[in-house]
Design a protein around this ligand. Structure first.
Ligand code: PMP
Length: 294
């Protein structure tokens, strides 16, 4: 990712991609004092931009630091960087972190940096996998309790177990890991939330008390309710996957991704999944494409 043309917005300046570097004694690299966002641009405009910028500011606040600029300025910087790179449909990655002024666990007066990168990006999961439903396996790691880690922040440190979990299941040929929480309840995938269509026709999704309440998750809940589909947020035990008729993931990168398999359980992407894919495509202003499972 580092060796390419283009620009990265870096502390207020548009820096050539290859020159957007940090020092090895950056606090964030040693102690995970970084928060980030993942956004998508559709037709040149970033979907739910202000919600993402606000979440970035909130994540920083949770980790005990403040962004170097306002939420409004983050919005404008994101728009500037997609324009500078000529991105029409792509991904946007803002990141804020503690710099290299202080080394040690305590780094009260380190400088807070902000950078925003963007690149053209298609579907997160491969097209073919998407049509059949992706294959998940339960992760070897569990989401921590809210008093064990800052679970409401989109903080770099929380992704250590996500990368380890995803690598572990990828070795066995799976697309992603399904993570349970510390109680053993269904939580989410490594970078997306999870929904189950139960035999009663209702959409069930874990109550987000120890993982990210995704912006896509909330969008899909609204889209489902607008269709008259009831949505239930509750604790879900992994054994309940046996009763699920359809399962899908939601996330900025994943959008609405059908799931075909989790461990011993099998699902067939059906009507509710198709409706949510179509409605999400419509609300993001996508033209219908091969990416659709419909
Ligand atoms: N959970 C995790 C761990 C994630 O990384 C993401 C992606 N940001 C999500 C859920 C989905 O969040 P969103 O819909 O806001 O992208």
């Amino acid at each position: 990712y580092h060796d390419r043309d283009g620009f990265i917005w870096f502390d207020g300046e548009m820096v050539p991609w290859r020159d957007a570097r940090v020092h090895v004694l950056t606090h964030a690299l040693h102690y995970a004092s970084a928060v980030f966002e993942g956004e998508r641009a559709y037709n040149g405009s970033i979907f739910k931009l202000t919600e993402h910028s606000q979440r970035l500011a909130d994540s920083a606040q949770i980790l005990g630091f403040q962004l170097p600029c306002s939420v409004d300025a983050v919005d404008r910087a994101c728009e500037e960087v997609i324009r500078a790179n000529g991105i029409v449909d792509g991904y946007v990655r803002p990141i804020a972190w503690r710099g290299s002024e202080m080394m040690g666990v305590s780094a009260q007066s380190s400088r807070i940096h902000l950078a925003i990168a963007t690149w053209a990006w298609g579907s997160y999961f491969q097209e073919e996998a998407r049509m059949r439903g992706i294959r998940l396996k339960t992760a070897p790691w569990r989401r921590p309790a809210p008093d064990t880690a800052p679970t409401k922040a989109k903080a770099a440190g929380l992704y250590m177990i996500c990368t380890m979990s995803k690598h572990a299941v990828e070795k066995e040929g799976y697309h992603d890991a399904m993570m349970l929480d510390w109680r053993g309840q269904v939580a989410e995938a490594t970078g997306a939330n999870i929904f189950l269509v139960m035999p009663d026709g209702r959409l069930h999704t874990p109550f987000p008390d120890c993982f990210l309440d995704g912006i896509t998750r909330r969008t899909v809940i609204d889209l489902a309710r607008a269709r008259g589909i009831e949505v239930v947020e509750r604790a879900i035990r992994p054994e309940e996957l046996a009763n699920a008729r359809e399962v899908f993931l939601t996330g900025t990168a994943a959008e609405v991704t059908p799931v075909g398999e989790i461990d011993q359980y099998r699902f067939t992407p059906g009507e509710v999944t198709r409706l949510m894919i179509a409605d999400y495509e419509a609300i993001t202003g996508q033209t219908r494409s091969a990416a659709s499972a419909a």
